[in-house]
Design a binder for this molecule. Structure first.
Ligand code: PLP
Length: 415
């Protein structure tokens, strides 16, 4: 059933904006004039308050110098973790904001297998997942004496879950297809096999309600630079359920994860609780921008967020439905209950140049090989009218063959 009232005319769409309970958040983001930003799933837009927050940190650095570490810088990983916790269905003390997803996966693989007594030799990841999840599993296995196995894309996990599997790494929302997994059922299935699952929340934190506690999740990782608007290179997070926080050592046993970092003892002893997952010195500058964003996120009703995300996606897809086939484009977005907050349009021959032509018109999406045009829907700063306009731009880019211009064929380092 359509999420939209027909017909899809501009008046009706503006009415949706007037009734939107999240509409006022748009004014709290600083997007360049004329830009329709559909790339929240690679880098979220900037909260207006972030500039002042980063400037404030610069002033602290100038005036407080080293004393800044005792005035809020040092405990930022735990403080921001507690602020993030409600968005994930976690409790205070269960989330740490730190490092990158890649580092955090490595730490958790080591921590979990150590806690299991290294009795299970296999780390399982999924084919077609975001590459870093598989790459770091390979690195971990190579150096830790484990074996890396891959569940081929589209195959059932069940056939691969035997008594040799220690850890499974899975994405909650798939970065290409946008497919949303049944976190509760899969977590139960993995636990029943005696293994642990680490959920990658990169495309679900801030994109939809996540309830780690209700789903029985013990371990998860995620990033804050996409839907959570923490800024480029903002620190990632990890989640370890409270009753699983005393199971062993994590392998990146750096000084700030030590029980007494400033005792400068010769031997490592893990800090109690979530702090043991720290490694080395974090960047207060990066935390400053993220902190104001997470403060804004405290006000967001995630049920409303989900409803709006679904409506925006329905509007975009329905506005394009009659014009994709003739250009050889297929819409691979899953149905409502099985998707995150993105639309995937597969354009095998011209995906990259179509995205470039759209960017030239101020509609920013991104491109992922092979052939995927990916559009992220961040309900806090996208209006229904923005989405409708974006769809009209795409229709024009296609119908006028604009994307064939030579300037849209050149590739930068980041696509
Ligand atoms: C699903 C997923 N996992 C991991 C990453 C990369 O994480 P990081 O660069 O923080 O290690 C991304 C980045 O886009 C991603 O989409």
């Amino acid at each position: 059933m359509s999420l939209l009232q027909r017909p899809l005319d501009l008046d009706g769409i503006r009415e949706l904006d007037r009734q939107d309970p999240l509409a006022s958040f748009k004014t709290r983001f600083a997007l360049p004039k004329g830009t329709i930003y559909l790339d929240g799933n690679s880098l979220g837009a900037q909260p207006s308050a972030a500039v002042e927050a980063v400037e404030g940190l610069m002033v602290q650095w100038r005036d407080l110098l080293i004393q800044g570490w005792n005035q809020g810088w040092f405990d930022a990983p735990e403080r921001l973790g507690d602020r993030l916790a409600p968005l994930l269905g976690a409790e205070p003390g269960e989330v740490l904001v730190t490092d990158t997803i890649t580092h955090n996966l490595f730490k958790l693989m080591g921590y979990i297998t150590e806690g299991q007594g290294r009795t299970r030799p296999v780390i399982l990841s999924e084919g077609g997942n975001f590459p870093t999840d598989g790459y770091i599993a390979q690195g971990f296995c190579r150096f830790g004496g484990f074996e890396h196995r891959v569940v081929p894309e589209g195959e059932a996990l069940e056939a691969y879950l035997d008594e040799r599997v220690a850890v499974v790494v899975l994405s909650h929302v798939h970065y290409r297809t946008g497919r949303l997994r049944d976190m509760a059922a899969i977590t139960r299935q993995v636990h029943a096999s005696g293994a642990e699952v680490i959920w990658d929340l990169a495309h679900s934190a801030g994109a939809l309600p996540v309830d780690l506690a209700a789903c029985g999740v013990r371990y998860a990782v995620g990033c804050t630079y996409k839907y959570l608007n923490g800024g480029p290179g903002a620190p990632a997070f990890l989640y370890v359920r409270r009753d699983c926080q005393a199971r062993g050592w994590q392998p990146l046993s750096g000084w700030l994860g030590h029980a007494a970092p400033f005792a400068f003892e010769a031997d490592y002893a893990p800090a109690p609780g979530i702090s043991q997952f720290r490694t080395g010195t974090h960047s207060p500058l990066a935390f400053a921008a993220l902190e104001v964003s997470l403060t804004l996120w405290q006000e967001v009703d995630l049920t409303q967020l989900r409803r709006k995300s679904q409506r925006l996606i329905a509007l975009f897809r329905e506005s394009l439905a009659d014009c994709l086939d003739e250009h050889g484009i297929s819409d691979i977005t899953p149905d409502e209950a099985q998707r995150g907050s993105q639309v995937g349009l597969l354009a095998p021959s011209h995906g990259y140049s179509i995205v470039q032509a759209l960017i030239a018109r101020g509609v920013i999406g991104d491109y992922r090989e092979p052939g995927l045009m990916r559009f992220g829907f961040a309900p806090l700063y996208l209006s229904h009218e923005d989405v409708w306009q974006a769809a009209q731009h795409l229709r024009e880019v296609l119908s006028e063959g604009e994307y064939l211009a030579p300037r849209f064929q050149q590739r930068g380092a980041v696509t």
